[in-house]
Design a protein around this ligand. Structure first.
Ligand SMILES: NC(=O)c1ccc[n+]([C@@H]2O[C@H](COP(=O)([O-])OP(=O)(O)OC[C@H]3O[C@@H](n4cnc5c(N)ncnc54)[C@H](OP(=O)(O)O)[C@@H]3O)[C@@H](O)[C@H]2O)c1
Length: 273
């Protein structure tokens, strides 16, 4: 397949690019010719994605740190902008999800959900806008939300994604007289490691559909083959990470006079638990 290099010369930063949606987004932007700064905690998958990006004609750099480390996050945007002289695309994607009822939760988990899903997005966005203003070329910021923001069983995770939706609307207005556009992408269920902190029974149920025999351990990532096979078995219920990457690519190739404000991408059928 030949891919248009429609992002040649652009610089992109993608947080949470070591897995799932962020990894697919980084790969898609890199295949389109962008220089991509991949951020995550797990280096191995980012190295594999970097090789794929370089092979497709893009460039890739890797940064490994906890997204709650605000100083390192600010440095990432400053490094991308200084090294390349541009900062065109920012995808605030790193995220954490739990599914327990609100009244069964604890404050340590609630704090982690808000720190990763909301505070890091704010820090990253502020740092990105400072660099975009300094460079003067404008840019696109895409915040990864979730359909859980709209659902009554979304728990505290849904509350963090409501915060993402609200902040995106506020930032869009704050930046509307500049060449910086802000959008949300809200996926429904996607076959990724977001399930790593869900209850074990639900995750085992998803894994069973893959037909592969793997141990499921709380908090641990699943092998890519399991996620791919489960998605293939449940394709009308669970989307692929690359489906969301296509939506992000669509948003960031628009001219800066336009704002694709909010895109919801759901599989054909509603998943119920
Ligand atoms: N999958 C879905 O069904 C779905 C639906 C709607 C929205 N979303 C949203 O999509 C985004 C991406 O999630 P995903 O589905 O691709 O899940 P994923 O496979 O678990 O990927 C999450 C990414 O975020 C990174 N991350 C999480 N906590 C971090 C921290 N404290 N510091 C640094 N990096 C951290 C992970 O890094 P490591 O793996 O290296 O730790 C990983 O790269 C999230 O914002 C999520 O809320 C997902």
């Amino acid at each position: 397949m030949t891919v248009d290099h429609d992002l040649l010369g652009r610089t992109a930063v993608v947080t949470g690019a070591s897995s799932g949606i962020g990894r697919a987004v980084a790969q898609r932007l890199g295949e389109a010719g962008a220089t991509v700064y991949l951020h995550g905690r797990t280096r191995g998958p980012m190295e594999a994605t970097s090789l794929a990006i370089e092979a497709a004609g893009g460039h890739a750099h890797i940064a490994t740190f906890d997204v709650r480390d605000s100083a390192s996050l600010r440095d990432l945007f400053s490094q991308a902008a200084t090294d390349t002289g541009r900062l065109d695309i920012v995808v605030n994607n790193a995220g954490l999800a739990t599914r327990e009822p609100v009244l069964a939760g604890d404050d340590e988990t609630w704090r982690a959900l808000f720190e990763v899903n909301v505070i890091a997005l704010l820090v990253g966005t502020q740092a990105a806008v400072q660099q975009m203003r300094r460079l003067g070329n404008g840019g696109h910021i895409v915040n990864v939300s979730s359909t859980s923001a709209l659902e009554s069983d979304g728990g505290v995770y849904g509350a963090t994604k409501n915060a993402v939706n609200h902040l995106t609307r506020v930032l869009r207005t704050e930046l509307e007289d500049e060449d910086i556009r802000v959008a949300t992408v809200a996926p429904g269920p996607v076959a990724t490691n977001i399930v790593r902190n869900w209850d074990l029974q639900t995750v085992k149920g998803v894994v069973a559909f893959s037909g592969l025999d793997v141990d499921v351990r709380p908090g641990e990532r699943l092998p890519d083959e399991v996620l791919d096979a489960a998605q293939a078995a449940l394709e009308r219920l669970i989307a692929k990470p690359s489906d969301i990457a296509e939506a992000v690519h669509y948003i960031v190739r628009q001219p800066l006079r336009l704002n694709i404000a909010d895109l919801v991408i759901r599989p054909a059928k509603q998943l119920t638990f």
